[in-house]
Ligand binder design. Structure first.
Ligand SMILES: Cc1cc2nc3c(=O)[nH]c(=O)nc-3n(C[C@H](O)[C@H](O)[C@H](O)COP(=O)(O)O)c2cc1C
Length: 159
């Protein structure tokens, strides 16, 4: 199976974009761009995302007790690019607030989820991180979309 063709096929699935954040004892507060976020269960409230095994932040995200998920709005593309760069996962504190567990959450996000790590499951070259949602907040904004390797906007908000 060709890697490129498979990636292109997967990219046909339009997603939102999130920042996954963690407050690590050794590395400090980190954020990483991800579009693998998905809902899993309503009762108990579970969500997932997956992290590549060769991420420089692998330990921080798979060992953590708590992590945050912030769903990006259409005006936050620069933050998606910023936290998708190697060596640039340390957060700019001014963009974030802190939840009661000490986990950073992005200000002005469409949705913020505070999660307690539930399970980490082997998923080939990624690990699937399942979190139990212990708090959340939402705002009415337009989402940032990711489709076929590019950012996009809802057509109703593109004009
Ligand atoms: C739109 C978008 C979605 C991404 N989704 C994921 C993801 O779900 N999981 C992941 O491990 N990396 C994802 N990445 C890549 C990471 O954000 C980051 O670029 C990569 O982890 C950099 O390597 P590092 O983790 O070693 O710094 C995504 C990047 C972009 C731009």
């Amino acid at each position: 199976m060709s890697d490129k063709a498979f990636r292109n096929a997967l990219g046909k699935f339009a997603t939102g974009v999130c920042l996954i954040s963690v407050n690590d004892e050794r590395s400090g507060a980190l954020a990483l761009t991800a579009n693998s976020f998905s809902s899993v269960s309503l009762d108990p409230p579970l969500v997932l995302w997956s992290i590549q095994n060769n991420s420089e932040c692998f330990r921080e995200y798979t060992d953590c007790h708590y992590f945050g998920i912030s769903v990006l709005s259409s005006s936050q593309e620069h933050l998606s690019n910023r936290y998708a760069q190697k060596g640039c996962h340390g957060i700019d504190q001014s963009d974030f607030m802190t939840d009661p567990t000490g986990t950073p959450l992005l200000r002005n996000a469409l949705a913020q989820f505070s999660c307690k790590r539930h399970k980490v499951i082997d998923g080939g070259d990624h690990q699937i991180v399942i979190g139990e949602v212990i708090g959340y907040a939402t705002e009415d904004r337009d989402p940032l979309l990711f489709h076929a390797g590019s950012y996009d906007r809802l057509k109703s908000s593109a004009a």
